[in-house]
Write a protein that binds this ligand. Structure first.
Ligand code: GLY
Ligand code: MN
Ligand code: MN
Length: 434
């Protein structure tokens, strides 16, 4: 991660300021996951750890001890080891970590069990994310018990406090530096979507479009932020379709939901377009309706509005349109009350976006949908998934459309980070024909 020393130290300072006095805060790195033999899954750092350290190696633990005179910000990490580095690549090492990550001190990860109980002495509270890594939970409890046993008069921390709530409030509000990374992730992902639209033609398969997306991500040094969805025809009705291995239907639609990760930050874009480059009248009607819902919803992403507000707006527009298309019947208000749209639209209209694609941060406070504030970033992704039941007119069967953009809450109009991908049927057709 390219966040500066100063930024990283400021985030840690901020977290310590929010913690109870006499606390110790413990944040472990992600673990490497074995795939088989000696082959690993691609390593992805834990987002909380990354946010606070900018450090992308495994086998590390950040410990913050506010007010400790000999150093408040400490990292345990792997030491330099020329033999291991020959196989696995360079390590930052203790000196590198101290210098590059703006920490007060760094110790070998091998000494964690020996040093950590002493750091807990005189601390009343342990901030830790319990339940994410059970083996690490046991280690933390073990250190605390060890301290109490070894030093009979040592108090040792009395209370565990969930780190998530405090830390995730910080992560929810994006800084200028973070927004820069998010705009870059958005731009590369937008280019990838445009590429997929431009190469698409009958005769290709889902793998061809997947390859276009991955090419654009990879040439920019970015991994995908999540498994891309490239779903032709009725595959679009499977919400988490990731097989991406089928031929594309000549006269059908293809739904792409894909975004890359730049410097740890995710983009999340969906577009739906006709394989042939021309929407059928029925496809266009459904697409226009989802787009109208998205425009109305995006316009509600403003400070002071509740998070649920834009979802409710999207549901209202979709329901109205479904009645007009003859896919629902009866009065608008009755349909909304009975949530009849759920037959065609069964997910929420957005989620926070940041280091995680479904980013952290509470959606409700004291039982109420939380109010949007400047520099929160959310997706806005209404959709319609129309099956092939007998009561569905033939022209609308098996049409799945989702349109998704990444929206920043500003003082004024919402900022669409991903608006450079054509979204209207006319603009999509124009790009595909160009
Ligand atoms: N790509 C995952 C989502 O849209 O929520
Ligand atoms: Mn999304
Ligand atoms: Mn998505």
């Amino acid at each position: 991660m390219t966040a500066s020393n100063k930024t990283l130290a400021r985030r840690r300072r901020h977290l310590m300021d929010l913690a109870e006095p006499d606390s110790i805060i413990i944040v472990p790195a992600a673990r490497e996951q074995l795939r088989n033999g000696d082959a690993m899954f691609a390593f992805r750092q834990d987002s909380d750890f990354l946010y606070l350290t900018g450090f992308s190696e495994p086998e590390a633990v950040l410990v913050l001890i506010p007010g400790r005179e000999t150093g408040e910000q400490i990292l345990f990490c792997r030491e330099r080891d020329p033999e291991r580095e020959r196989w696995d690549g360079p390590r930052l090492g203790l000196d590198g970590a101290r210098e590059r990550l703006g920490l007060d001190d760094a110790f070998p990860i091998a000494d964690l069990d020996e040093i950590l109980p002493g750091l807990m002495e005189d601390r009343d509270h342990i901030y830790h994310s319990v339940g994410r890594d059970p083996a690490f939970d046991r280690q933390v409890i073990g250190w605390r018990n060890q301290l109490r046993k070894l030093k009979r008069n040592a108090r040792g921390p009395e209370e565990f406090i969930a780190l998530d709530h405090v830390l995730h409030e910080l992560r929810l509000f994006k800084s200028t530096e973070e927004l820069k990374a998010m705009r870059r992730a958005a731009k590369i992902s937008a280019t990838a979507h445009r590429r997929a639209m431009q190469v698409c033609r009958p005769g290709l398969g889902e793998p061809d479009l997947t390859a276009e997306l991955m090419h654009e991500f990879t040439r920019n040094g970015c991994p995908p932020a999540y498994l891309p969805i490239v779903a032709g025809g009725r595959n679009a009705l499977v919400l988490h379709y990731v097989a991406n291995d089928q031929p594309l239907p000549d006269d059908g639609l293809v739904l792409i939901d894909a975004g890359c990760e730049y410097d740890g930050y995710a983009a999340d874009i969906s577009r739906t377009f006709p394989v042939s480059g021309r929407f059928t009248p029925a496809q266009r009607k459904v697409h226009d309706l989802v787009l109208a819902a998205q425009h109305a919803a995006i316009d509600r992403v403003r400070p002071g509005n509740a998070f649920d507000d834009f979802h409710e707006t999207a549901c209202r527009v979709l329901t109205e349109g479904l009645i007009d298309l003859g896919l629902l019947s009866g009065k608008l208000e009755d349909n909304l009350e009975q949530e009849t749209y759920k037959r065609f639209y069964m997910h929420k209209t957005g989620h926070w976006l940041g280091l995680d694609v479904h980013d952290v941060g509470d959606y409700r406070i004291d039982g109420h949908s939380r109010v949007l504030e400047k520099n929160m970033v959310t997706t806005v992704e209404p959709a319609l998934y129309i099956g092939d039941d007998d009561d569905i007119p033939a022209e609308f069967r098996n049409i799945g459309v989702r349109i998704e953009d990444d929206i920043r809450v500003t003082d004024g109009d919402p900022e669409n980070l991903t608006g450079s991908v054509p979204a209207s049927a006319d603009d999509i057709e124009a790009l595909m024909q160009s």
